[in-house]
Design a protein around this ligand. Structure first.
Ligand code: NI
Length: 181
């Protein structure tokens, strides 16, 4: 196990299209997934894509802690998805705040599909498929975008809603106090 170095925005690996994993059962893929899980836990994130640790491969980790889901969903533990494919379910879009371990300190409001169907393989090479909504669907879309060289600011419709987390929190707090007056 090892904590891996996370690539930050500006590094070309984050803009490349990652290649499919040929053999999800290969020991080096299992080691990569294990190291990524440790890296994710160390960084306190909810998802991580292999290109973020300088491996241009189609492998992601996603989770959806219940406290992060405004829909009150039950929560999804950290799950590895190899060669993931997403398909939007319906046309409904939701705008929500996102951060990224490759863009530390910043947050942005990003429109995403509310519901998606996902499929892929696990580390035994067995197919995984399901439907996701809300925060889980958001994390899946964010991580699969990393495999196609897309970072969340590239999905934003209003760059006025991109900022440093500290400033945004201050603005939110001020807004809330204003409401109480
Ligand atoms: Ni990210």
């Amino acid at each position: 196990m090892a904590i891996l170095k996370i690539a930050r925005m500006g590094h070309p690996v984050l803009l490349a299209r990652a290649r499919p994993v040929d053999d999800p059962t290969a020991p080096e893929i299992r080691r990569l997934a294990t190291d990524m899980a440790e890296t994710l836990a160390d960084a306190g994130g909810v998802g991580l894509a292999a290109p973020q640790v300088h491996e241009s491969l189609r492998l992601i980790l996603v989770s959806a802690p219940p406290e992060r889901d405004e829909d009150g969903a039950a929560g999804v533990p950290v799950t590895v998805l190899v060669n993931p494919v997403l398909e939007p379910l319906g046309a409904e879009m939701v705008t929500g705040w996102e951060g990224c371990l490759s863009i530390p300190g910043l947050r942005g409001a990003v429109p995403r599909h509310r519901r998606v169907r996902f499929s892929g393989l696990d580390l035994d090479g067995a197919p995984i498929a399901g439907e996701a909504e809300g925060f889980h669907a958001r994390v899946l879309q964010h991580e699969v975008d990393h495999l196609d060289g897309i970072l969340y600011p590239m999905r934003m419709s209003d760059l006025g809603l991109l900022g440093f987390e500290e400033e945004l929190m201050r603005r939110l707090r001020a807004g809330r106090e204003g409401d109480e007056r």
